[in-house]
Design a binder for this molecule. Structure first.
Ligand code: AMP
Length: 250
């Protein structure tokens, strides 16, 4: 059984984001980039399923410019068997990524398509749901536990507002991962060396017969408003007065 894992290259979570002076986006030049943390969790889960003998192959895929290859190398160093780079310079939004993933899933025939629940750069939380819709595969989003049954089903626990929901899905299926699913491994030095020999194939959206259209336009990106300093109040009466007459919240 093959598992396909979508991994996105994003600005590292620890970097302080700077907006470009022309407000068209955020600065990515000379900024540390990493694999999206939810995608690391997705890959870790795929590797654990393979290590438990329930899958034979883990393939990572990343879409975007040439630097995606670095992210794929990280995925290979963590333990993926092979990688696919969908190469394009077009800006990619969730619907385009979902269409590309549908084309790849049709070509590669995985039984599980694993994604992060969201990418920490756009926070869209849309791609997994869209690709499941396009493929007409069952989906379990925000997975906090994944248990493979026989080769045809998977049981997924997911965190919902009221507690935990358990779903059983027929394979092939789409699963998106939440934070508490697992703790991803670090790539060891020997595995980083081994990863250099693992194959990365390259394919274009044209070869996948997917036309990428920018379906929306970013009008402006701005910093959040600066937080105003707080004030110390001398008494409860003063606090109530300010809440009533200044903040108008009670
Ligand atoms: P989003 O819907 O943008 O929040 O992204 C959700 C998930 O879709 C990510 O965690 C990835 O698994 C996948 N994804 C989104 N964009 C890409 C990309 N350019 N390359 C590979 N995977 C992606």
């Amino acid at each position: 059984m093959k598992i396909l894992v979508a991994v996105k290259r994003v600005i590292d979570y620890a970097v302080k984001i700077r907006v470009k002076p022309d407000k068209t986006g955020v600065e990515t030049n000379n900024v540390k980039m990493s694999m999206n943390p939810f995608c690391e969790i997705a890959l870790e889960e795929a590797l654990r399923i393979r290590e438990a003998g329930k899958a034979s192959e883990v393939v990572v895929v990343s879409m975007g410019g040439p630097q995606c290859v670095e992210t794929l190398r990280t995925g290979l160093a963590m333990g993926a068997d092979s990688a696919i780079h969908v190469s394009t310079d077009m800006p990619l939004y969730p619907l385009a990524v979902a269409k590309l993933l549908r084309a790849l899933a049709t070509k590669e025939q995985p039984q599980i398509l694993l994604l992060g629940k969201q990418a920490i750069d756009d926070d869209a939380n849309q791609t997994g749901q869209m690709v499941a819709g396009l493929l007409q595969w069952p989906q379990a989003t925000f997975a906090s536990k994944v248990v493979l049954g026989d080769q045809r089903n998977v049981t997924v626990e997911r965190e919902v507002d009221g507690g935990l929901e358990t779903l059983r899905l027929q394979l092939p299926a789409v699963i998106t991962t939440d934070l508490r699913l697992n703790e991803p491994r670090y790539a060891t030095l020997p595995n980083i060396m081994k990863a250099k020999k693992k194959p990365i194939s390259k394919i274009t959206p044209e070869e996948l017969k997917v036309e990428i259209q920018p379906d929306f336009k970013i009008l402006e990106v701005v910093e959040p408003p600066k937080r105003k300093g707080g004030v110390m109040v001398g008494s409860v009466d003063e606090l109530v007065d300010k809440l009533q007459n200044e903040a108008h919240v009670i």
